[in-house]
Design a protein. Structure first.
Length: 157
């Protein structure tokens, strides 16, 4: 029986194959829709309260309330998902991803960090991992958080 690699090495396929993760039950993970239609995806260890407090402060600076305005989707460091499946299950106008490359969510776009863009009616923002931004701030650095502030300001203020 021929494998995927056999087809690739024989030249049958001249394009990369993409593994699309199984559909997930997004509505149960996201809960109710929020007022500002913001979906924020970030990598987190379970019950990381320090990171949640930091995130709340970051969002409050651009007048976003985590409880009222934002659907949070914490994922594990190894979890993969399909953006299209997520989009079909949830209504959002803003998609912010911390530390998650577009390829990891089967999204084939060039998305430089901290440069918001719009695609198919959705505002996108990709940023460094939230834990890294937090650690940089704790160490007195401001490079990532300054870029994040500018990007969030352009989207919400």
């Amino acid at each position: 029986m021929a494998t995927k690699n056999d087809f690739l090495s024989a030249g049958f396929l001249d394009f990369p194959l993409i593994n699309v993760p199984e559909r997930q039950d997004w509505p149960s993970r996201l809960g109710v829709q929020r007022a500002r239609n913001v979906l924020l995806v970030f990598q987190s260890k379970p019950d990381d309260e320090v990171l949640m407090v930091f995130l709340e402060k970051v969002l409050a600076a651009v007048k976003l309330d985590v409880q009222k305005d934002v659907c949070l989707l914490p994922i594990t460091y190894s979890e993969q998902f399909c953006f299209v499946h997520l989009r079909q299950s949830a209504d959002f106008q803003y998609f912010i991803a911390f530390g998650i490359a577009p390829e990891r969510m089967v999204l084939t776009v060039q998305a430089p960090l901290y440069q918001p863009f719009m695609l198919d009616g959705t505002h996108f923002l990709f940023a460094d991992d939230l834990q890294q931004i937090y650690e940089e701030r704790q160490a007195g650095g401001k490079q990532m958080s300054s870029k994040l502030w500018q990007a969030l300001k352009s989207l919400f203020l």
